[in-house]
Write a protein that binds this ligand. Sequence first.
Ligand SMILES: [Ca+2]
Ligand SMILES: [Ca+2]
Ligand SMILES: [Ca+2]
Ligand SMILES: [Ca+2]
Length: 377
Amino acid sequence: MRLLPLLLLATAACTPLDTSFQKPDTDEPVDTGGDDTDTTPVDTADTDGDLDDDGFTPEEGDCDDADVRVAPGRPEDDDDGKDNDCDGRTDEEWSGFSVGRVDSDGVGSIIVLDTIGRDDDTITLASGCYPLWLDHLGEGYVVNADYASVATVDASGACTTIADFSDAEVYEYGVWGIATQIDGTVLAVTLGTLESIATDGTMTTLATWTLDFEVPANHEFAANGVAVDPATGEVGLFDYFGGFGTWTADGGLVVHRKGDYENPTLYTTSGAHRDGGGWYTQGTDAMTGAAGIYRFDLDAGDWALEEAWDASSDWSPQQVAIDGDSGDWYLTANVGGIFPTVFRIVEGSGYAADFFRISTDYAGDFYGITTNYTYGG
Ligand SMILES: [Ca+2]
Ligand SMILES: [Ca+2]
Ligand SMILES: [Ca+2]
Ligand SMILES: [Ca+2]
């Protein structure tokens, strides 16, 4: 038996470039305590900024650089209490989508779909309350109820207004996209402002920008969609005419692309953040009417086409959500003015597949869509 050489070989293979004894890294605190209870290998040499040697530095998205079981793209273990894939959610498993519908009688509802497009549940909303945009909030939902108010929705479908945008003197264009921020407040856009709404109704304006439909040169953009990166809280602001901005608490608003309503290139109505990075929208080419999935290229300052598919001219996309596991895109749309449909766009497929459809005579429309997760093993 030659156990000793094998052990030495294995040890050497683990740390072939470990020069920490010769050259301590002054960037990192030196462990002088002599306790050997640490179970995570720590690269005290820190020659590459990746302390746990999982291939990612904190700058590259490692949200725990002392734990090799935590890194971007790792499979999520739903029972270890860690955010293994660094998407801002802990122990999550993608479970489908919730979709907002307004039927042909004007009744609003939220339909809960599982991962293969079966409807698990339908919550019928109170009269006059619509799921034009929706997101999760606590155990229930928050909706843009009618372009003039934001309301919470409980399991019975009762709606409680938490913010009123009906004063046209203040909110000329009402309220549009909404999204739940990671601190549990609700974000809403009024085309020209980003508002934060606490569940007690307290409203704070986080950002304003120039909205000028008279003088195009003054105009920045008109945000009608808003989304949140759940890992960082960064906010994406989507403009109907192809503009795009981001907002952070520290850095404030950055307008990456102005919305050119005189010469639009792309029409969008909502957007979403994809796990692992990137802001996406379902867009309609302003010239050809072709539908596609676009990613905002922050370096180029413009939208880049990611996926395109054949869509009939009467195919009108509404909103987009993203499967947190595969990254596939799901769109609400209305086809032919008749069929409310959820389409699945698989990366690289080049086509839009039916995921869920209500196919009776005129059946109303789908509007908001949000991704669902279950938590814990
Ligand atoms: Ca790392
Ligand atoms: Ca790590
Ligand atoms: Ca996670
Ligand atoms: Ca986990």
